[in-house]
Design a protein around this ligand. Sequence first.
Ligand code: GDP
Ligand code: MG
Length: 585
Amino acid sequence: MQQLTIGVLGHVDHGKTALVKALTGTDTDRLEEEKRRGLSIVLGFAYLEHDQGSIDFIDAPGHEDFIRTMISGATGIDAVLLVIAADDGIKPQTREHFAIAQLLGIKQGLIVVNKSDLVDSSALAVIREEITEAMRGTFLEQAPIHVVSAKTGDGIEALTQDLISTILSKPHKASADTFYLPLDRVFTIDGIGTVGTGTLRNGVIRCEDEVQVMPSAATATVREIQVHNQKVTQASPGQRVAVNLRGIKREQLQRGNVLIRPDSIQETTCLHARLQVLDDLPRLPKRNELVRLLFGTAEILAKMRVLDSTEIEQGAEVLVQFRCREAIVVSTGEYYIARTSSPAMTFGGGEILDTSEQLLQLPKDALLGHLQKLEHADAETKIDGLSKQALLRLAEFHAANPTAVGQDLDLFRTACLEFASAENVAYLIRQLGDSGKIDIIDNAVRLSTFNRDDSVDPTDRVAIAAVEQAFRDGGTVTPSLDEVLDDDPARKRAFQTLKEAGKLVAIKDHSGSKFLVFHQDTIDAIRKRLAAAYPPPSHFTVSEFRVLTGSTRKYVIPMLEYLDRNRITIRQGNNRSLSRIEIRN
Ligand code: GDP
Ligand code: MG
């Protein structure tokens, strides 16, 4: 199940809360009230559940709350919904909210023109133009614009559909081992005890995990975790969670504290970061002015020093050092917002690059060099790390299959999906191809340095062809392995080669002592036939499967079990359905 968190942005009274209610049926203004009275542990956010995944909406009540709520959920926010009232147009808070979303590194979103019931079509045309103009050059430049009325329900269905496709397109994120949960609310419930809520940023948190409360370093144990009011055994990054803690008193916890895996993050008073300065500011912070930093659920005062230029300018992007007034716990890669204290004004924000106090020992040139490397590292280093793994897989393939031209591209993609998201795999393969590290010939991929072993015995080559042919021809009524191999050493080697190349699939039979062997083409054909006859979510029984594949009962059960194991099919009692998730293109 995919999970998506959406921040709802826009000027006051443009209908953000009404829109969330129209989409989810939940009134977030009421939730706020319930929260204040401590009546409910309902999380502060509304959500939409769909059989393909769920969406949490972050809708903040007031403008100041917005800034805090956005930051406290920021890393978890996958996309924004920018709400603009048709009868009012783009207003200062529309711009400020949007600027904050940009500073927080959010890259995806939808635009909603609400209150369509109040205007006519010519007014709508004007507002569309205004939006197109304002979004030029931003991450919402290509975003769809939905015209809706939260009041009459017009356009809500189409918007819902679009949101659901956004869930499906969300790339899987790799998750760190250490969790990081900034608390945005802490309270007690009679008979249950101390509860904290927040958006889980990094890592997975599980029941019975030991946690450390920072900055006090007190420890506690997770007794229970709830997501969407349901008990769960673990939660993953981006999810809104409520954790019930054992072994800690209410007074030892407060909003702004962070729960971490014990000793996984060091406290610091020094941050080095990238700062994006906003445009059109009434004033800029002075040299050495105390500024307010907001990240996670914390807010602290810090002295700011610009490192790579003498002054900061409107719209500039600079490297900065923050010396914080108190020790804080924050992980590298977190986003922050920087504000002046009086008047409270957001002037910029960005990503924290390094939290080590040891950087203070470095001479300025070395420090700048280090930070610039980190700044440009992110995407590239990640891809470089993945490249290494991909090349290693391919080298292993060649070692096992010296006679093969290369690995089947689809199989290579599937192998890469074990360590990278689908989006990264596509990028990775393109990148490796462009840089000449791999060659893609027809549907096969090989290392460009690989020399096919032509010295292979011609007998072996004949055996490989014969064994492959036998199983391909067999289809679902596959010949027995012993029969095909015929105790011939060349054929035995050939079988091994074909299996490693992913051409043949060996499945234990019902007795568990012998193998049933199918050609990969047969498996692919079955999947196609199933998709045509029983598109998900429709179900099929074992005998329907047998009829469809023209196989016998002896083969059908092991084959279905194989499909279940590989998540090609999903079993529910005596029925199965084809998985919706197509791993291979
Ligand atoms: P928020 O401050 O952005 O959360 O705005 P609200 O959701 O509280 O809505 C502000 C006002 O606009 C309320 O009185 C709503 O009833 C009204 N409103 C919201 N959506 C619509 C709409 O689509 N059409 C009309 N006519 N009024 C709306
Ligand atoms: Mg509201």
